[in-house]
Design a protein around this ligand. Structure first.
Ligand SMILES: [Zn+2]
Length: 377
């Protein structure tokens, strides 16, 4: 079922909603039997997130909308002398981890008989939702700010989505999308609970790839938190099912220029108030007020994790360091790497621990920006 994080109201799974009637965010929760993790079935399953079908809330017989997302490599390596494993989620079909969530969302929408949706994202999520809408045969409108780069718009348009350019700020784009949502479903990846049902498979994969063990620490970039919250949900399900002994510590990384989560955690708050954001090259985590802020704080506190802010210069340096290892990622992913040095200096990670660094988006989509950075250097 789908349940409101705010008021607790429940809705059936086949209702295509984007939020509760009270305005709160919805989460999926299991009624009756919980997720099933059968190792033999998993290893015999497809090389995609659907190998964990027993832990995905899909009615029997539901045909997945898939492009082969997930099962990304977990690469052993090191970061300035610290042993780490890089989770190469930028190798998903559209170049970002968002494909895990978009696949589940489109599978759910197609099964619910939805024919047309809209979404507002000029970044990785917009491209991902457009690709999976194409695979599902669902009409897709993507609202983007008029200032969004031509390259990003091109990928979305190539998948056949209708682009609606909105003048003004990013917030103006969301407002325009919400107005249009009177006539078709607002399938915002930040709101519909199915997105996290897809991103949680990253936790299952880490567990499988580490020989059915959980790591000690997982570090990922966080803005709206769809990767962080997916990890939290996935690891919790493994622990509840009795197949993993404990949770890893989850670490969220933000750009210092826009760090509402870091500030809320430091101040001991229960929710994340809006901050005045400054520009950051880590645009995938440039979010001044996350929809699921309270849930992100819970994920960090409940696992003994933390949140770290990194400067633009630190992000830039980390991007070069990764690239010189052969890992070409977008600045948002480089931010997560930049946090490792700080975590180590603060004693939040120790040598010998199993540390996973999540690289969530490809550098190929940020080549203009990376070329400009090289010209400046
Ligand atoms: Zn509610």
């Amino acid at each position: 079922m789908q349940q409101c994080y705010v008021c607790g109201r429940k809705y059936q799974d086949d209702r295509a909603l984007w939020r509760c009637e009270c305005g709160g965010v919805l989460e999926h929760s299991w009624d009756g039997e919980g997720p099933v993790f059968d190792r033999e079935q998993i290893t015999r399953g497809p090389g995609s997130i659907y190998r964990y079908r027993g832990a995905l809330p899909l009615a029997p017989g539901t045909e997945p909308v898939t492009l082969g997302e997930g099962m990304t490599p977990l690469l052993a390596g090191e970061w300035n002398g610290l042993r780490v494993r890089y989770k190469l989620d930028y190798l998903c079909p559209t170049g970002s981890f968002k494909d895990r969530g978009a696949s589940l969302v489109m599978t759910w929408l197609k099964a619910a008989g939805v024919r047309a949706i809209l979404e507002d994202s000029s970044g990785n999520a917009g491209a991902s939702m457009a690709a999976y809408a194409a695979a599902a045969g669902i009409q897709c409108q993507i609202f983007i700010p008029a200032y969004a780069s031509a390259g990003k718009a091109a990928q979305i348009a190539a998948y056949g989505a209708e682009l609606v350019r909105v003048p003004g700020t990013r917030e103006d784009t969301t407002r325009a999308a919400l107005q249009a949502a009177e006539s078709r479903l607002y399938a915002s990846h930040n709101w519909v609970p199915w997105f996290l049902e897809g991103t949680k498979t990253a936790a299952f994969e880490l567990w499988e790839q580490l020989g059915w063990q959980v790591p000690d620490v997982v570090v990922c970039p966080a803005g709206y938190g769809s990767f962080l919250l997916g990890l939290y949900k996935g690891f919790r399900e493994l622990v509840s099912a009795g197949v993993a002994p404990r949770m890893p510590r989850l670490v969220a990384v933000q750009a210092a220029n826009c760090a509402p989560l870091v500030q809320a955690l430091e101040q001991g708050l229960q929710d994340v108030p809006a901050v005045q954001k400054q520009e950051t090259m880590a645009e995938g985590i440039s979010c001044s007020k996350p929809v699921r802020g309270a849930a992100q704080l819970e994920a960090l506190r409940a696992t003994g994790g933390t949140a770290v802010a990194v400067s633009e210069e630190e992000i830039r340096q980390a991007l070069w360091t990764l690239a010189r290892k052969g890992l070409y990622v977008e600045p948002t992913s480089a931010a997560a790497a930049a946090a490792l040095d700080k975590l180590r200096a603060a004693g939040a990670v120790a040598d010998g621990e199993e540390v996973v660094l999540c690289l969530t988006g490809t550098g190929l989509k940020a080549t203009d920006k990376i070329a400009a950075m090289m010209a400046e250097a």
